[in-house]
Design a protein around this ligand. Structure first.
Ligand code: ADP
Ligand code: ZN
Length: 649
């Protein structure tokens, strides 16, 4: 590890935090990380989304001499990241394939002249010798490797160019590196350390809990209606993301929401780059837009006020689920992670794994990922405890997830399981025919359908022996047996089949505990999660002031072509509305108001407050801010997305 080589002290870091970013104190492990990197040490940072990873490299880059080089796969977001830094007075630029040679040359010259604090680069840039030579000619303060889990080959966001990043250390052994990710199973953690050659790095593993997110997993009946009910009752007018597996269902669902008066857009890798860029840009800039997307959407989106993330299909892994849901509530305000999950999800995913390319080892990995996800869905314990355990951390029942708020019961499903497995066994012995879950359930319920009489299934000894459960409950039994590996699906028709585990259940050697869905979830708990909730906590007098400030912010953001949160976060505007500062000096003490923003917007804010509160004083004539030349974010995502492996519905 390189010895400390700077004359700066940590008070500089405090200074930067306060004066540039306008924050009073570091959060969690930030200070320790910042000090370590300023001292020249390598760091591997695992921190939940919204935990504050950016400052961990931005502040050292400002304190250490030279330019901080940030490697990020998020080309489409570089412009916004640079805008957000520019807004606080940090000199930032990026180099990626979207620029024309002149723009690129301009940034390169700034870099060489030492006129940048931070330079964002796409990982593929580092393949080219010319970029490497450029970096050689400048002074680099540190390398930040953002979204470091992209180096993990089995992970869900693998980027081959990340493997190449191990050379940073060989080529620039004295430049500290900080790798950051919000994805943190033990396996990924190890893999990042190994593949990025971070042997000597200090590891910082922050708590992974996101206490402001309420986790809820419901059983899927009519998913679109269930979603609509959620949005109408709890998230009217809120911005959110809805994830679906297939491209077709994103479009159908978006249309359904639009037909029901909700402003929604579809987003998937099959849309052309321009359409996607516009969708992303609108999501960042407009209030209350819902994006219905495949997983191609969202990585690195740092919109702080996403109020809900809904999944209409089962994610393939807990990692993916946690990362996707983590996009809700970065601002720390109450948010919802909601997933609808049903029998068909299990069937589809098991089938997809069975037919996937790749060797047995790969299929085993997929299965292990899916099993962990299913265990989360079927748990009767606190969801958060289970999630944290998965990431190797412990926790107490949280009081802010569906199982805590409305505990499901477990019931002894052994007999039901035996009945179902016997039926499957009898059907399986009819070698020529193949039947799915529906037929077994009809047999158990004793239904006289055409298919029952056609195959004389009413003659089976199991016919009609399951009338004690409803059709929905039987589907729950099938789903849970599939989830627990006591049943499997085979072939193209999703034929149910026994597994090696089934025998013990049939013989009565194994008890099967099942989860009973709680009757319709009680009204959402104490905290309401609407955008209005943020306003509700404000006093009566402060409310209209907050709304005025938001309107001012919306207008300024539009004029400058930046997302509203680049100007000020909701949390900052709320503080301003509540404290109603009367001077620039008072305004400057509010969290989120740094020197640059104070200089740029301070008077506007005071004027807006003056109008809102009917204070005497000058209302300066509104001077139109200079029009910034905003570029549409360009294409970013690889063409393929896992959702595409799904057969069309
Ligand atoms: P991450 O990259 O880990 O998801 P960010 O770096 O985007 O998180 O930070 C999340 C939010 O928290 C941002 O809005 C950021 O401005 C805010 N934040 C970060 N550190 C602090 C701090 N020390 N004090 C107040 N707010 C902070
Ligand atoms: Zn809980």
């Amino acid at each position: 590890m390189a010895p400390p080589e700077t004359t700066h002290t940590v008070t500089d870091a405090d200074d930067v935090l306060r004066r540039v970013f306008g924050y009073d104190s570091f959060r969690g492990a930030q200070q320790e990380i910042v000090e370590h990197v300023i001292g020249g040490g390598d760091a591997l940072v695992l921190m939940a989304t919204g935990g504050g990873k950016s400052l961990c490299y931005q502040i050292p880059a400002l304190v250490r001499p030279g330019v901080g080089v940030v490697v990020s796969p998020l080309i489409a977001l570089m412009q916004d990241q640079v805008d957000a830094l520019t807004a606080v007075g940090v000199r930032a630029g990026f180099l990626n394939s979207t620029q024309d040679p002149d723009q690129r040359r301009f940034v390169e010259q700034m870099f060489l002249a030492g006129e940048l604090d931070l330079l964002y680069l796409a990982p593929e840039r580092l393949r080219s010798e010319s970029t490497l030579q450029l970096l050689d000619r400048g002074k680099i303060s540190l390398f930040a490797i953002d979204e470091a889990h992209c180096v993990s080959q089995w992970g869900h966001d693998f980027r081959p160019d990340y493997l190449n990043l191990s050379m940073l250390h060989e080529r620039w052994p004295d430049v500290p590196r900080v790798a950051l990710t919000a994805t943190a199973t033990q396996a990924t953690h190890q893999e990042i350390a190994e593949r990025l050659n971070l042997g000597g790095a200090k590891h910082f593993v922050a708590g992974f809990d996101r206490p402001n997110i309420q986790y809820r997993i419901v059983s899927k009946a009519e998913p679109n209606k269930q979603l609509l009910e959620l949005l109408r009752s709890e998230h009217q007018g809120d911005a959110g993301i809805v994830y679906c597996m297939s491209r077709a269902s994103t479009e159908k669902t978006a249309q359904f929401l639009v037909n029901n008066g909700i402003s929604a857009l579809a987003y998937h890798a099959g849309l052309d780059a321009g359409t996607r860029a516009r969708a992303q840009s609108r999501f960042l800039r407009e209030d209350g837009l819902v994006i219905v997307a495949t997983i191609a959407f969202g990585m690195g989106i740092d919109k702080p006020d996403v109020r809900f993330v809904a999944h209409l299909d089962l994610p393939k892994s807990v990692e993916g689920y946690y990362q996707e849901t983590g996009r809700a509530g970065r601002d720390g305000l109450p948010s919802t992670a909601w997933l609808a999950y049903g029998l068909q999800d299990v069937v589809q995913q098991r089938k997809m794994i069975a037919s996937s390319d790749g060797d047995d080892n790969y299929r085993r990995q997929l299965t292990a990922h899916l099993d962990a996800m299913l265990a989360l869905c079927e748990t009767i314990e606190c969801r958060r405890v289970q999630l944290l355990n998965y990431f190797g951390q412990s926790g107490e029942p949280c009081g802010n997830c569906d199982t805590c708020l409305n505990p499901p019961e477990s019931w002894d499903g052994t007999v039901a399981a035996q009945k179902l497995l016997s039926t499957v066994y009898r059907l399986k012995s009819e070698r020529r025919q193949r039947f799915g879950a529906g037929q077994s359930i009809d047999i158990l319920l004793g239904k006289q359908t055409q298919k029952i009489s056609q195959f004389s299934h009413d003659q089976l000894s199991v016919f009609g022996i399951g009338a004690e459960l409803s059709e929905g409950e039987w589907r729950g039994v099938v789903r849970q047996l599939l989830a627990q590996g006591m049943l499997m699906v085979e072939g193209d028709y999703s034929t149910l089949a026994l597994t090696p585990e089934s025998g013990a259940v049939l013989r009565g050697d194994r008890k099967v505990l099942m989860r009973r869905e709680p009757a319709k979830a009680a009204r959402p708990p104490k905290q309401s999660r609407t955008a209005a909730a943020a306003v509700e906590e404000l006093s009566e007098e402060a409310k209209p002031v907050f709304e005025k400030l938001r309107a001012w912010r919306g207008q300024s953001a539009k004029e400058q072509g930046v997302p509203a949160y680049v100007i000020f976060h909701d949390a900052t505007l709320r503080q301003i509305a509540m404290q109603a500062p009367t001077s620039l000096q008072q305004l400057g003490t509010i969290s989120g108001v740094g020197e640059n923003k104070l200089a740029k917007y301070g008077q506007d804010i005071l004027d807006t407050l003056g109008e809102a509160l009917d204070r005497p004083g000058r209302a300066a004539p509104a001077e139109p801010p200079a029009e910034l030349d905003f570029e549409e974010p360009p294409e970013d995502y690889p063409d393929e997305e896992p959702g595409d492996y799904f057969p069309p519905e």
